[in-house]
Design a protein. Structure first.
Length: 865
C-alpha cells in the first residue's frame, strides 16, 4: 500500500508516466536532438573506400537486418566485432558475453588492489537462453541500438528471447516469446532454489510456480528471478559444477533476473521489479552557461517506478533525484558504488566553459616580451617548403595542432603579421592530406562507417589501430584544431575544404542517428560519462582510455571547428562533450588522497588507490596507475594533461595539480626525465601557482612535438593570478646574447678551441681566446665559434669535451646559460640541452657536460668581444 501510494506521488511529480502510452512514445522521441552536421557521402575522399579486414569486420549475423553506420567504441562492441563472443563492458553492474546459446552475465565477486591497479575480474554467473535454441551462433542478432543500449535477440523458428541490455539497470530483462526459458549456471552449480537445497553432484531438482524465485549457486552467489506473469521453473543440479533453471513449457512473458548482494536489498528490488526499460533516447538543452544532458528511458510500466543505478559522476550532476537510500541497494564496481535512483528521465547538469580560442584573460605583461620573442623564433622555424607530408595521423596532427596554436597566440599578443606564416605552413601540410601522392591516405571504411587511415584498415598495428577505430577522437581532434585555426583566418579556404574536414568532425561528434555515414558520437559512452579509445580490434573485448587530456582536446578541437564552421547547435554540443569528458577525467582519473573513503561519490574507497594520485588507464574491469607504454609517474599524469590548451583550465583543478606536483617531484627534478613531459606538469601546475611554474619553465629546453615554448609560457602567463605578482618576474632569465669571449671564473683561463679537434678547453689567454656568437633559442641559445663558423655541440652521454663542430644547430647545440647561484654577478653556468647536465671543467680545462647539479657546474664569465 505504502509503495503504491509513493509511486503515485512520484508519477505525478514527474508527469510523464501519467501520459497515455502513445503520447509517451512521442515524448521519448528525439525532441531536441541536433540534425546531422552534414550528410554528404565521404566515399569520394582521396583514399576512396576500404573495409576493415579480416578480423575487424562486423559479425554479419549480429547486424542482420540492420545497416551501417554501426557503433565501434560502445561498451557492447564485442557483441558485434569478430568473433562476436568477447566480454562486453557492461551493461553495468553486469559484464556480459554472448555465445551461441545465450547471454552470459555476472557481477564480479572479487575486488583486488595489487599496488598499481584496482581490479574486478569479469565473471559469468548465469547464461539466459531457451530450450528450443539450437546454439547456432548465427541465431542471435541486434534488433536495435541507441546511444546507451543494444537490444539482443536469440531466435529459433517462432521462439525468441529479446533482451534490452541497458547500463544502470540492476535487472537483466528477458522478454520471451513462445520459448521455454533456460538459465544455466556459469559460476558453480546450484546450491538451493527458493530456499530448498539441491544435493550437489546428483541430478536433483526442485520446482516452483509463481512470480518470484531465489537461486543460490555453490559459491554462495544469490540471484532473484522475477516473472511478470506466473511461471513454473524447475531448478536442476546437473552436477556439482553446473545447474539449470528451466520453465515447464513455452512462455510468452518477461523474466527479470537480478543479483542480490545483501538480503536487505530485496525489498527495493521486489518493489520495482515490474517496470522495465526498453531503450534510451538522449536529449540535451542549453543556456549560455550550462548544458543539461537528458536520458529518457523508454519503459514498460510507470516510468516513475523505473529503478536504475547511478555512478558517482551521475550523482554529482543529477538534478532533483528521487533516490532511495544508498543502504537499500548498491553494487561496487571499478567506477565505485552504483546506488539506486527512480524515474525514467535523468537530467544531468553541467557548467559549460566559455573558453574558445584563447584563455579568458590577457597575458600577464611580465611575460609579454618573452612570449613574443619565442613566437618570432618558433614561427621562423616553419618553412612552407618543408611542411610535412602525413605518414600517419597521430603525430602529424598533434604536431600541427601545436603549431596552429602559435597563430592564436600571435593574435592574442598583437603580432598579427606572424599569423600567415603559421597558416601558410599548415595549409601546405594539409594539401598533402587532401590529395596525397604518398604517405597516409584518408579513406571511408564501409563495414562500420567512418573515416580511417587507409593502411590501418588492414593492420591494427598502424597508427595506434586507427583503421580499427581506436583513438579517433584523439587523432581527429587535432585535425579539427588545425582546420579551425586555418579557417579562422581564411574563409575561402574554409569554403573549399569544409566538406572534407566535416567528415572528420562527423566521425567523432555526429549528434544524429540520421547521418547515413557515421555513428552517433563514436567514442562517447554516455552512461559511463567519458569516452573509450578502444575500437574493434581484438574482438573489441576490454574498453580503455588512457589519455583523457587528448579526449577532452578532441572535443575542444571540435568546439573550435564548430565555432568557425558550424552553427551554434554544434558549438553547444561540443561544449557539452568537453564538460562531460572533463568531469569524467576528474572523477575517475584524477585521484584525491584527501577524499574520504566513505564519500559515496568517491569511486575508489581504498585510500591506497587514491594515493596513486592519477590513474593512467581506466578500463571496464580494472583501472590503474600504468600505461601501455610507460610506468613513470610524470608520464601517467602528463598524458591526462596534454595537449596544453586554454580549455584545460577547468581540468587542472588546484587539489589535483598540487598533488601531482608533490607526488612526481622526484621525477620533475630528475634530468633523465625528458623536458617533453616535465613541461606538461609545469603548465598544469601553473593553474594553481603561476609564479613558481614560470620559474620552473625557464629550465626547459624542449617541449615535445605537441607543445612549444610560446604555448607553454603563454599558458602560464594567462593563469588566474590571485596574488597579483608578476608571473614571469621582472627578469625572466635568459642567456647573455651577443658576441663574447668566455673565461673560466675560478682559474681565470679563457676558452680556446684547437683547430685540430675543435674541442673547447679553458686554457688560453684573452688574446687567443675563441670568439663565440651567442644567439637566442627559447629559454636558451646556441654558441657559434666564429673562427670555423661551427656551432658548439654537447653529446648526450656527457663523456666528451664540448666541440665547435656542427654546421646547423639542433637539440645537442642548445645551452642554457644562467647566473651561477651564489657566485658574483656576471658569473654563469652553462647547462647542455642534450642531457640536462651542467658544464664542468676537467683537469686540463676541457669543458664537459657532466655536472649533475647546478652547484657542480663551473662558473664562466661572458666578456663582450
Ligand atoms: C569465441 O569464439 C571463437 C571462435 O569461434 C572461439 O575460438 C573462442 O574460444 C570463443 N571464446 C569464448 C570466450 O567463448
Ligand atoms: C557551476 O557554476 C556555478 C556558478 O559559477 C558554481 O556555483 C557551481 O559550483 C558550478 N558547478 C560545478 C559542478 O562546477
Ligand atoms: C614570415 O613569412 C614572410 C614571407 O615568407 C617572411 O619574409 C618572414 O621572414 C616570415 N617571418 C618569420 C618570423 O619567420
Ligand atoms: C628549475 O627551476 C626551479 C625554479 O627556478 C629550481 O628551483 C630548480 O632547481 C630547477 N631545476 C632544475 C633541474 O634545473
Ligand atoms: C659514457 O661513459 C659511461 C661510463 O663510463 C659508459 O657506460 C657509456 O657507454 C659512455 N657512453 C659513450 C657514448 O661513450
Amino acid at each position: 500500500m505504502l509503495g503504491s501510494l509513493l509511486n503515485l506521488v512520484i508519477a505525478s511529480a514527474i508527469g510523464v508516466a501519467a501520459l497515455p502510452s502513445s503520447d509517451k512514445l512521442n515524448f521519448l522521441a528525439e525532441r531536441g536532438v541536433f540534425a546531422p552536421i552534414a550528410t554528404s557521402n565521404p566515399s569520394g575522399i582521396s583514399g576512396g573506400t576500404v573495409q576493415t579486414a579480416p578480423d575487424g569486420a562486423p559479425v554479419s549475423s549480429f547486424f542482420a537486418g540492420l545497416k551501417p553506420p554501426y557503433p565501434t567504441n560502445s561498451w557492447w562492441a564485442s557483441y558485434a566485432a569478430t568473433p562476436g563472443n568477447g566480454t562486453a563492458s557492461g551493461p553495468f553492474p553486469y559484464e556480459s558475453q554472448l555465445d551461441g546459446y545465450g547471454i552470459n552475465f555476472g557481477v564480479s565477486n572479487s575486488r583486488q588492489f595489487d599496488g598499481t591497479s584496482i581490479k574486478q575480474p569479469t565473471q559469468n554467473d548465469w547464461r539466459a537462453g531457451f530450450v528450443e535454441h539450437s546454439g547456432a551462433f548465427a541465431n542471435h542478432k541486434a534488433t536495435a541500438f541507441d546511444t546507451h543500449s543494444v537490444t539482443v535477440q536469440y531466435f529459433q523458428g517462432g521462439a525468441s528471447l529479446t533482451s534490452p541490455l541497458i547500463p544502470g539497470s540492476p535487472y537483466i530483462t528477458l522478454q520471451y516469446n513462445a520459448a521455454t526459458p533456460l538459465l544455466t549456471s556459469r559460476n558453480g552449480g546450484i546450491a538451493s532454489f527458493n530456499g530448498q537445497s539441491i544435493a550437489n553432484g546428483q541430478s536433483d531438482s526442485v520446482s516452483a510456480t509463481g512470480t518470484e524465485f531465489t537461486v543460490v549457486d555453490t559459491t554462495g552467489t544469490t540471484y532473484l528471478i522475477y516473472a511478470l506473469s506466473s511461471i513454473t521453473l524447475k531448478a536442476t543440479a546437473t552436477n556439482s559444477a553446473v545447474g539449470t533453471i528451466q520453465a515447464s513449457g513455452t512462455f510468452t512473458g518477461v523474466l527479470r533476473v537480478v543479483r542480490l548482494v545483501q538480503s536487505s536489498h530485496k525489498a527495493l528490488l521486489d518493489q520495482y521489479s515490474s517496470v522495465y526499460p526498453t531503450g534510451v533516447s538522449l536529449d540535451y538543452s542549453f543556456t549560455t552557461t550550462q548544458g543539461t544532458l537528458i536520458f529518457n528511458y523508454a519503459t514498460v510500466g510507470a516510468g516513475a517506478n523505473l529503478l536504475m543505478l547511478t555512478w558517482p559522476h551521475h550523482r554529482l550532476s543529477l538534478q532533483s533525484p528521487n533516490s532511495p537510500p544508498t543502504s537499500s541497494l548498491g553494487y561496487l564496481t571499478t567506477k565505485g558504488w552504483m546506488y539506486p535512483t527512480l524515474g525514467n528521465q535523468w537530467k544531468l547538469l553541467y557548467n559549460l566553459s566559455s573558453i574558445t580560442w584563447n584563455p579568458p584573460r590577457a597575458l600577464d605583461s611580465s611575460c609579454n616580451s618573452a612570449v613574443i620573442q619565442g613566437l618570432q623564433y618558433e614561427i621562423g622555424q616553419l618553412n612552407v617548403a618543408n611542411a610535412p607530408i602525413p605518414n600517419e595521423f597521430y603525430y602529424w596532427g598533434g604536431t600541427l595542432a601545436a603549431q596552429a596554436r602559435l597563430a592564436l597566440i600571435a593574435e592574442a599578443v598583437g603580432q598579427t603579421a606572424l599569423i600567415p606564416n603559421v597558416t601558410n605552413y599548415l595549409k601546405a601540410s594539409f594539401n598533402n592530406w587532401f590529395a596525397p601522392t604518398t604517405g597516409a591516405f584518408p579513406a571511408y571504411e564501409t563495414s562500420w562507417g567512418g573515416v580511417v587511415d587507409k593502411a590501418g584498415a588492414a593492420n591494427s598495428g598502424i597508427d595506434f589501430g586507427n583503421g580499427y577505430y581506436n583513438d579517433h577522437h584523439f587523432h581527429y581532434g587535432y585535425f579539427l584544431t588545425v582546420a579551425a585555426v586555418i579557417a579562422k583566418y581564411d574563409s575561402s579556404w574554409l569554403a573549399q575544404h569544409k566538406d572534407f574536414i566535416n567528415w572528420f568532425a562527423r566521425d567523432i561528434i555526429n549528434p544524429s542517428s540520421q547521418d547515413p555515414y557515421f555513428p552517433v558520437t563514436r567514442c562517447r559512452d554516455w552512461f559511463a560519462g567519458h569516452s573509450w579509445a578502444s575500437g574493434i580490434a581484438n574482438g573489441a573485448g576490454s574498453r580503455d582510455q588512457e589519455s583523457t587530456g587528448e579526449a577532452i582536446n578532441g572535443y575542444y578541437g571540435a568546439l573550435l571547428w564548430a565555432t568557425v564552421a558550424l552553427s551554434q547547435d554544434y558549438v553547444n554540443y561540443a561544449k557539452l562533450l568537453v564538460a562531460t569528458e572533463q568531469q569524467g577525467a576528474q572523477v575517475y582519473w584524477h585521484l584525491y588522497p584527501q577524499q574520504s573513503s566513505t564519500d559515496p561519490n568517491n569511486p575508489y574507497p581504498e585510500a591506497a588507490v587514491r594515493n596513486l594520485v592519477t590513474m593512467g588507464n581506466v578500463e571496464d574491469w580494472q583501472s590503474g596507475a600504468w600505461l601501455f607504454w610507460g610506468a613513470e609517474k610524470s608520464e601517467i599524469a602528463a598524458i591526462q594533461m596534454l595537449p596544453i590548451t586554454p580549455i584545460n583550465e577547468a581540468l587542472y583543478d588546484t587539489q589535483w595539480v598540487n598533488n601531482v606536483w608533490s607526488y612526481a617531484q622526484n621525477e620533475i627534478v630528475d634530468p633523465t626525465i625528458a623536458d617533453d613531459w616535465r613541461c606538461v606538469l609545469i603548465a598544469a601546475y601553473s593553474n594553481a601557482n603561476p609564479q613558481t611554474a614560470a620559474a620552473w619553465s625557464a629550465n626547459l629546453t624542449t617541449w615535445g612535438s605537441g607543445n612549444t615554448f610560446s604555448n607553454e609560457l603563454f599558458f602560464i602567463g594567462t593563469r588566474p593570478n590571485p596574488s597579483g605578482q608578476p608571473i614571469c618576474g621582472s627578469n625572466f632569465p635568459q642567456n647573455p646574447y651577443g658576441t663574447f669571449k668566455i673565461q673560466a671564473a675560478t682559474s681565470g683561463q679563457w676558452v680556446v678551441s684547437s683547430t685540430a679537434s675543435s674541442n673547447l678547453v679553458a686554457s688560453g689567454s684573452q688574446a687567443n681566446a675563441g670568439v663565440f656568437v651567442s644567439s637566442y633559442t627559447p629559454n636558451a641559445g646556441n654558441l657559434k665559434l666564429t673562427s670555423n663558423n661551427q656551432f658548439v655541440t654537447a653529446d648526450s652521454s656527457g663523456n666528451f669535451t664540448l666541440q665547435a663542430a656542427r654546421a646547423t644547430a639542433s637539440s645537442w647545440e642548445v645551452f642554457t646559460i644562467r647566473q651561477k647561484i651564489g657566485a658574483a654577478s656576471g658569473v654563469y653556468t652553462i647547462k647542455a640541452g642534450s642531457n640536462g647536465k651542467w658544464v664542468t671543467l676537467a683537469g686540463d680545462g676541457s669543458l664537459v657536460n657532466n655536472g649533475a647539479t647546478e652547484s657542480s657546474g663551473a662558473g664562466f664569465k661572458f666578456v663582450a668581444s
